[in-house]
Design a protein around this ligand. Sequence first.
Ligand SMILES: Nc1nc2c(ncn2[C@@H]2O[C@H](COP(=O)(O)OP(=O)(O)OP(=O)(O)O)[C@@H](O)[C@H]2O)c(=O)[nH]1
Ligand SMILES: [Mg+2]
Length: 285
Amino acid sequence: MGARRRWKEFPVRLKKELEGTSAIVGVGGFGLGAAGWGILAPPFTFIVVGVGGVITLAALGYAGYRAIPPKLVDPSALVGSELDLDELENRVQKIGKVSIIGRSQAGKTTLKNRLKFNVEKTVRTEELEATVIALPTAPVQFVAILDGDGTKYRQQLAMAEACDFLIIILDHNSSDEENSFDEGRCAKHSEFLEQVSNSISKYRSERLRKILFLWNKRDLWQRSDAQNLKRFEEFTASVFKKWSESNFSETVMQRTHSNEDASDVSFVMSAIVDFAKEGGDESKS
Ligand SMILES: Nc1nc2c(ncn2[C@@H]2O[C@H](COP(=O)(O)OP(=O)(O)OP(=O)(O)O)[C@@H](O)[C@H]2O)c(=O)[nH]1
Ligand SMILES: [Mg+2]
């Protein structure tokens, strides 16, 4: 059970509400002041003090009431629904956010489909969306899978900025049948990763909880010749080294992967389950 309201947000919310009500409190306060300074003679003093006091108290009381943080919705009530990030942050009991990103054709949609996350939208919005997923665990655990418009580069970066667990998919070749290592493809991955790094350094205030690199399409690249394999391994090793040495997360993991291999897909699911189990319970914080 998580906290029902985020009470620690009350002071900030109250401050905002009070800024909105200061004019009314001012009028009431003026009444109190005028009476206090003896500008008004009885019985007006009592009337003005009375009215001024009531206005001030009512305004303060109403501000206080409005500042009460909203009741948090249990994620179980939202499974499958699409929320914008604001709603997820402010209205839902805290759950971990997972993003699966990568260059076009790297295998993101295939992976999400195999994980049975129904998060690919047909209607695209400008905003990132989060879909609440119930994981197959006992007791059930929840995560939010972030998803944006896959065709918009900016949204891939926003997904990295907003999540807690970042899964990055890369491949040796954009094709779904070529075994050989494509130098140009890897240059594109590098350029993409550079932009993701920049976004993370610039826009994140908290470290990511986990990062997982998936070197996808193993069913293809493992069949290539020794030289191709070596070049791909050098590429993946250099990416992994760079990200491990960055300060983006304490936990940077990597794994060779094929969406064609059910045990690889299960591994990703178990990594998400571990992530969900390790955090997000608001009652502990
Ligand atoms: N052989 C093989 N093909 C794969 C694998 N993963 C994905 N593919 C194929 O690669 C192509 C692209 O996969 P998608 O899942 O659509 O890639 P995406 O990252 O969602 O691409 P965008 O939506 O364009 O960003 C498809 O033809 C997939 O069938 C894999 O592990 N092995
Ligand atoms: Mg896709």
